[in-house]
Design a binder for this molecule. Structure first.
Ligand code: ZN
Length: 301
């Protein structure tokens, strides 16, 4: 059961994708004692835990796109944890997502599903935990400026299509949110009251919403919206007539899968929790759909 959502960020070069990803561990709830021990154990097996080190922040790992399968997933003669296990309880950031080898990316599917990775060797099987939040980043097209107001994109539709198709559909399907990042307009940048939120405030907000969720699910064996099964979604997520209409329209228009359907509702429930609303309203579902439709972004309507 996933606790942390997977996010795909799409935006032109220099828009701040890496900076944003690096900040994410700072707005997540702190590691509890048990989690910290788990993480330290893995880092110690990998031989990267400095002596006398008490880990404070959640891990943030950002391997380069030339990484080998063994270094990402784990491996070696006496298997060592790979980046996906070093990112356990934290963030795995894959910048230039489509530049990773397709076979390397496809190896992520099983651990994303099971939150652990199994490596078989002649002398036995090894299992390493790998419950990480995947944050992938990519340009919208090979030149980087598709959809930009300031630069002209020089790519052909075929080039864009082939760039996008380097990331397989099943992997895209496992991303809970797809976020489009656009350059901040100069007028906003220079305005006297910058629209920004400190990490501390954001962390407080995250904790507030997590508390709402933990209370709602006190009679279930889950804590957060991200863990809702389809049965529990039917029990706890109430769409009003507006949001139901909007969601049905989006499903028909982009031919979304059942998996997408439930994912959108879970994200919408979280947005509605931020508003402390009793039901999922139209604006909540519309925002959740925006975080989902890469298809729309690429005009595949
Ligand atoms: Zn382009």
């Amino acid at each position: 059961m996933r606790l942390l959502p997977n996010i795909l960020m799409i935006g032109p070069p220099g828009v701040g994708k890496t900076m944003l990803a690096k900040r994410i561990p700072s707005i997540l709830p702190p590691l509890n004692k048990e989690e910290r021990l788990e993480v330290m154990k893995i880092h110690s097996v990998a031989g990267i835990l400095p002596e006398d080190c008490i880990l404070k922040e959640r891990p943030f790992r950002a391997p380069h796109h030339t990484i080998t399968p063994a270094a990402l997933i784990g491996g070696g003669k006496r298997p060592k944890p790979g980046e996906i296990s070093l990112a356990h309880r934290g963030v795995l950031f894959l910048d230039e997502f489509p530049e990773f080898h397709r076979n390397v990316l496809d190896l992520l599917r099983q651990p994303l599903e099971d939150e652990e990775v199994r490596i078989s060797r002649v002398d036995g099987n090894f299992t390493f935990p790998s419950q990480f939040m995947l944050i992938a980043a990519m340009n919208p097209c090979p030149c980087g400026y598709f959809g930009s107001e300031t630069h002209k994109c020089r790519c052909t539709p075929q080039q864009i299509q082939s760039y996008l198709s380097r990331v397989s559909g099943p992997l895209l399907d496992r991303m809970d949110m797809q976020i489009e990042l656009l350059p901040v307009k100069k007028e906003i940048y220079l305005s006297e009251t910058p629209v920004s939120e400190s990490s501390d405030n954001m962390k407080k907000e995250v904790l507030r919403v997590r508390k709402i969720q933990a209370e709602r699910y006190q009679d279930e064996s889950i804590y957060y919206n991200s863990q809702l099964s389809s049965d529990l979604i039917r029990k706890y997520c109430h769409l009003n007539s507006d949001s139901r209409k909007i969601l049905n329209r989006a499903l028909a228009r982009w031919n979304l899968s059942g998996r997408s359907y439930y994912k959108i509702i879970k994200v919408a429930q979280t947005i509605s929790d931020f508003d402390e609303s009793q039901e999922i309203e139209g604006i909540h579902i519309a925002e959740a759909i925006r975080y989902h439709c890469i298809e729309k972004y690429y005009g595949k309507e």
